[in-house]
Design a protein around this ligand. Structure first.
Ligand code: SF4
Ligand code: SF4
Ligand code: SF4
Length: 260
């Protein structure tokens, strides 16, 4: 490995890890050897036993409805906009038959069938991406978030093959070449060519006491909270409405629910 790449991996991985774990104070030291998932809790951070998201698709009907949510995520995480099929996706939209193939039928209500649906990593309870990752670059946290440690990622793409939801993107191209200078959020690390990335449930924002960026931009159409807390907005929404999840037959137990 070239010295520059090794040096970058150390710095980038440490930065990502420190930010994600509320360990910013340690960023100047060589703490990258800390085992994944061992986080120092920060005062004021939001806690949950099991973070989950509820998407109210009844109030999200067009691409224009989703645009501010997608823009908020891109801004918060310095996600590049790369033309063509090499783009990086943390949050995106697709058609009903692609999102819910198990529920597709020929006589589905057309209003439900013909609109776009938002997609992101499901932060599965049984995540195959974690099982297949040989380096622990992908790992599950105690609160249900499936996190990534970029400096451990060797770009083998096993996780992409293992994820049945297409929730991961490989950086075929240096993402920094497609970002403005300065980047939209200098406090969040940029990634490099050859690593995989995905939605992180805004763990860095939760650590600062803030809700995920897409939730904040959604005007109440996305809900976020603790699935183990009956008083949380997600539990209340799920108790009062009909909801579905993606590909339930696979047994991954997604942490993202759709009100339809
Ligand atoms: S959606 Fe895919 S990437 Fe996200 S936790 Fe589940 S298996 Fe892993
Ligand atoms: S590409 Fe990176 S995160 Fe994915 S399985 Fe390989 S090492 Fe793990
Ligand atoms: S939860 Fe955060 S990282 Fe995930 S899609 Fe929303 S804004 Fe992006």
């Amino acid at each position: 490995m070239k010295t520059s790449r090794r040096k970058f991996l150390k710095v980038a991985g440490l930065s990502a890890f420190a930010l994600a774990g509320g360990m910013t104070a340690l960023a100047g030291e060589a703490k990258a050897q800390v085992a994944p998932g061992k986080y120092v809790k920060r005062e004021g951070m939001l806690h949950a036993k099991r973070w989950a998201m509820v998407i109210d698709t009844r109030r999200l009907k067009t691409e224009a409805d989703y645009a501010p949510l997608i823009a908020a995520c891109a801004k918060a995480h310095n996600i590049p906009d790369i033309p063509g099929d090499r783009n990086v996706k943390w949050i995106w939209t697709d058609s009903f038959d692609h999102v819910f193939p198990d529920d597709m039928n020929n006589h589905l209500n057309t209003a439900v069938r013909d609109k776009p649906y938002m997609l992101l990593c499901n932060h599965c309870t049984n995540p195959p991406c974690v099982r297949v990752c040989p380096t622990q670059a992908t790992y599950k946290m105690e609160d249900g978030i499936v996190a990534m440690d970029y400096h451990r990622c060797i770009g083998c793409r096993f996780c992409m093959a293992g994820c049945p939801y297409g929730a991961r993107s490989f950086n075929f191209i240096d993402p920094r070449l497609h970002l403005p200078d300065p980047v939209p959020n200098p406090a969040f690390p940029t990634r490099m060519i050859g690593v995989v990335e995905k939605c992180n449930f805004c763990v860095e924002r939760l650590n600062e006491g803030k809700l995920p960026a897409c939730v904040e931009a959604s005007d109440g159409r996305l809900l976020f909270g603790d699935l183990e807390d009956p008083d949380s907005p997600v539990r209340k929404a799920l108790a009062a409405n009909y909801s579905i999840r993606r590909k339930p037959s696979l047994g991954t137990q997604p942490g993202v629910y759709y009100l339809v």
